[in-house]
Design a protein around this ligand. Structure first.
Ligand code: HEM
Length: 342
């Protein structure tokens, strides 16, 4: 229903917002001492949260304090949620639900204030929220849909970008190859936009391989519409079916040495040689596939080009990451890096 917000003719308008958020990170890190360590997960989360809030809800979210407080509430809600089992009556900490609700109320209030600001101050028609307001029947639906889109937007993208920066820091040769492409396509000052995105081919390969290695978009789920037989098994109509997208992304028959980070798996030749169903991290069936697919490549390319043009990323020590699969895949520990000015 809201696909129009991410339709081709609207995508170009998001670059400016993503660029502003990337510039904030780069400016902050340019001012820091050369030995200061860069917490990759924390910084990518800040970037995607800011760019998601601004692109979804508009100017109100350009204020750092608004983003900071929303982030605090989001982290609190997550922390409390992890203490609440499926049946809240069995929760060991009876106050956890109360604190979760408090954090959620705060986030809802922020969305409401942003909507009010947008309604009274800024021009209409440019934001994702304009589509939501047009189609949703009441304010409750608008707020819930905004929160759903926001979470869906920053959750996976932020965690994917942190894993991407980890692999770039770990594989100097791959980082150098990407940096060379950025300079070749964009030179020293051109920004990523709709006209040059397609030329950043290796960039896309790096993003795809980060998604694959982290198995982001690990699953989708549907009720079966019709009776079928698949691989010798009968699946009856109305059976709940989990599409194990992440398992396929790590299948060693399709991806030899699946845990090796190798963006060349996504070059033209190798891509042509595989089934198109081998890599479907955004879902593939019907209207409910991820509406943010095109946004992910735009947002990620802006951040990577902005950081890599200014810094070389080096891992601090010999870190390994342990990836945990939850609602979104994530590294269990913070990843520390050094940003060396170019
Ligand atoms: C690396 C980043 C992302 C990955 C891997 C990802 C993956 C997925 C997957 C697998 C689904 C389920 C699809 C299905 O059921 O067939 C989904 C749904 C969704 N995604 Fe994404 N996504 C990402 C980023 C985004 C972004 C940036 C947005 C912002 C608009 C977004 C918004 C949504 C929404 C709203 C849904 C629910 C769609 C529905 O049920 O109608 N996602 N995503």
């Amino acid at each position: 229903m809201y696909d129009r917000a991410f339709a081709h003719n609207r995508l170009g308008s998001y670059f400016k917002t993503f660029q502003k958020s990337a510039d904030v990170i780069v400016q902050q890190w340019s001012a820091r001492g050369k030995d200061e360590l860069f917490p990759i997960c924390e910084e990518t989360f800040k970037f995607v949260l800011r760019s998601s809030m601004c692109s979804m809800l508009g100017e109100y979210c350009e204020n750092d304090e608004v983003v900071y407080n929303f982030r605090k509430a989001y982290l609190k809600a997550n922390e409390e949620l992890s203490k609440i089992p499926g049946d809240p009556a069995h929760c060991e900490d009876p106050k956890a639900m109360e604190r979760f609700q408090e954090a959620l109320t705060f986030m809802r209030k922020t969305v409401k204030c942003a909507l009010e600001y947008h309604r009274t101050t800024t021009s209409h028609g440019n934001l994702a929220v304009d589509e939501i307001v047009e189609y949703a029947s009441d304010e409750e639906t608008v707020i819930c849909d905004c929160i759903t889109y926001l979470f869906a937007s920053f959750h996976n993208t932020g965690k994917m970008l942190s894993i991407c920066l980890f692999y770039l820091a770990k594989h100097e040769d791959i980082q150098d190859k990407l940096y060379t492409e950025i300079l070749k396509v964009l030179g020293n000052s051109q920004l990523v936009d709709e006209s040059n995105l397609r030329s950043l081919k290796y960039m896309r390969q790096v993003i795809d391989e980060s998604i694959r290695c982290g198995a982001f978009g690990a699953f989708a789920a549907r009720y079966q519409d019709v009776d079928i037989t698949l691989g010798g098994y009968k699946i009856l109509k109305n059976t709940p079916v989990v599409q194990a997208l992440g398992i396929v992304m790590r299948d060693e028959k399709i991806w030899p040495m699946p845990m090796k980070f190798d963006p060349d798996r996504f070059n033209e030749e190798n891509t042509k040689a595989r089934s198109p169903f081998a890599f479907k991290p955004f879902g593939f069936s019907g209207k409910r596939a991820c509406p943010g697919t095109k946004l992910v490549y735009r947002e990620s390319s802006v951040l990577l080009a902005t950081i890599l043009r200014r810094f070389k990323i080096e891992l601090h020590g010999d870190q390994q990451i342990e990836i945990e699969h939850g609602l979104a895949t994530h590294s269990t520990e913070e990843i520390w890096a050094k940003l060396v000015k170019r």
